[in-house]
Design a protein around this ligand. Sequence first.
Ligand code: SAH
Ligand code: DHB
Ligand code: MG
Length: 220
Amino acid sequence: MDAEIWSQVDAYIADKLIGADDPAAALAANAAAGLRPMDVSPAQGKFLSLLVRMTGARRVLEVGTLGGYSTIWMARALPKDGELVTLEYEPHHAEVAARNIAAAGLSDRVTIHIGAAAETLPVIVAASPEPFDLVFIDADKPSNTIYLDWAIKLSRPGTVIVLDNVVRDGRVIDEANTDPSVLGTRAAFDMISTHPRLSASALQTVGAKGWDGFAIMIVD
Ligand code: SAH
Ligand code: DHB
Ligand code: MG
């Protein structure tokens, strides 16, 4: 539709509000390493960093690292003694992310766990039962409800959870579409809407990454 102007407005926003803060070197390194550009946009990354500050988060959990672009945005916004745990299935993605995170000077705050998140999450709980303050879920969409379950288990009242890619060009409401990712997104909406401990909304977004959106919720 208007993807061109959405991108131009994103560039305007980035120029006015983000500028040199953008950890763009990570994106260049991702491209050089052959990673698909599934990262959040610069404006979304900055938004995530603001969420870290607005919630006063000290402990952040991320599901889906890719090359660590969103990781870097969030980790930089943490206090010095803050911690970010990020989960990535693909060893190659995790290696690229580890390099990007080191180059950003954030290795001391970030731990990457390699493996299917559904398998690493129980290990994390066993290792450190301390709750997270903010959770960003951005991995394989068919597992969304599994990740939401874990996120709630790893939460305290007041923890904020953000779930990425809940609109995907409107496919979420196309009943004829039974792609597992779309089904996973709808399952997430069903779970969120009926969960006794979640208060939620979802916002549609347009920009350099097309038309999509994220759900945002607080654990009661
Ligand atoms: N949050 C990143 C983008 C993540 S893209 C950013 O904005 O910069 C989604 C990532 O989830 C990919 O790297 C993919 O390999 C990973 N992923 C897919 N299935 C997974 C699983 N079962 N467990 C953990 N990570 C998974
Ligand atoms: C895809 C995944 C994402 O998390 C995203 O933000 C954009 C695209 C994908 O699988 O294509
Ligand atoms: Mg995403």
